[in-house]
Design a protein around this ligand. Structure first.
Ligand SMILES: [Zn+2]
Length: 354
């Protein structure tokens, strides 16, 4: 995970340093999914058991602290991806030390190992031929940069820089720890740059994006299915970069406005759904707000996340004042989703109507 700032010296920092073991055979990853992983002669390098323990340093992140809670939330989100059988388990590392060669996955603060990166995952794996290919992940340590400022709260739309959102970064680094590499072609949790395409919905849920879910499903496939479409206030802004969708800060009633909106199909299959667009007196968008328009039959394949624009008419009967524009996925609630709380998404700023 890197961060971009205006200072020319501060954009460096290895995001995922892979320590080679025994023999490394380069095979270019080329599949239908954009998500990528290390390969060993065409075999995906992963935790072959389908699970691993992450030992949280209690001197860095005391048990029960907000840091600990956010780390475990991020692990849970990966564990909870249906169509993938992978699990992180929580351990405690109480000795205040760590090593990248002890076979124990340690999670800790470091002021020296991460350069100017927000955090670094140090992964170690093996790939060698001995009457057949032997491969697998052996260790993944996560170091967070203790020289930076961090927040254990929710993402703040008005400030996407420092303090950095700890859970978003933890989610990204854990993606490396389970075997995913950077993905900069689409919106993704595994984007190289913070805020990694951001969280979902009104509750700003830091959850693995559509492409990342396709990635973990490809590494650790199981037969379970998931139906979930999520709204987002973020869009792709460049190679591995993301920022907020646009929407007007003001408008006259009786005129048109244009907003951008993003959704991600987190499901294991293609989904078709309606999207309602609303004007609300608060940032919680619901069917009791003023319906401005509906997109019928919106569509996304599994793994899709993208941004669209929509022109909306502000009725002339609206009382002048400050409002939120926003949208609601599946407003009639005809789709049974594994997460129904990421469907309502306000624009990341108010609109003043004159
Ligand atoms: Zn990274």
């Amino acid at each position: 995970m890197k961060t971009r700032r205006s200072e020319p010296h501060s954009t460096v920092g290895a995001a995922s340093i892979v320590l080679m073991a025994i023999l490394w055979l380069l095979v270019s990853a080329s599949t239908g999914q954009a998500a990528t992983w290390q390969e060993c002669s065409g075999n995906k390098i992963r935790w072959n058991s389908g699970w691993t323990n992450m030992f949280i340093s209690t001197t860095s992140f005391p048990a029960g602290s907000a840091w600990d809670t956010r780390l475990q939330n991020a692990m849970w989100h990966w564990n909870n991806v249906k169509g993938a059988g992978f699990n992180f388990y929580v351990g405690r590392d109480t000795d205040g030390t760590h090593s990248s060669s002890n076979g124990v996955n340690e999670v800790y603060w470091s002021s020296t190992e991460v350069g100017s990166a927000l955090a670094v995952t140090f992964s170690r794996y093996h790939c060698y031929w001995l009457f057949g290919y032997n491969y697998g992940l052996d260790e993944a340590d996560i170091a967070f940069n203790s020289n930076l400022s961090w927040s254990t709260g929710s993402v703040t739309y008005s400030n996407l820089g420092s303090p950095y959102n700890f859970e978003l970064v933890a989610l990204h680094e854990l993606g490396h720890a389970l075997g995913l590499k950077h993905e900069d072609q689409w919106m993704a949790t595994m984007n190289s740059y913070y805020p990694n395409s951001g969280p979902f919905g009104y509750y700003k849920d830091a959850d693995a994006n559509a492409d990342d879910r396709a990635g973990i499903r490809s590494l650790y496939p199981d037969g379970t299915t998931e139906t979930d479409v999520a709204g987002s206030a973020f869009k792709r802004t460049g190679t591995g970069t993301s920022g907020l969708v646009s929407s007007p800060a003001w408008a006259y009633r009786g005129t048109n406005v244009t907003i951008e909106f993003s959704f991600a199909n987190l499901s294991t299959a293609t989904q078709t759904f309606d999207i309602g667009f609303y004007l609300s007196t608060n940032d919680f968008i619901s069917t009791s707000d003023t319906l401005l328009a509906t997109n019928y039959g919106a569509w996304g394949s599994a793994g899709f996340a993208g941004t669209f624009s929509r022109t909306l008419y502000i009725p002339s009967w609206i009382t002048p004042g400050t409002y939120y524009l926003g949208f609601l996925i599946d407003p009639s609630n005809v789709k049974a989703e594994s997460n129904e709380s990421n469907n309502n998404q306000p624009m990341p700023r108010t609109i003043t109507i004159y």
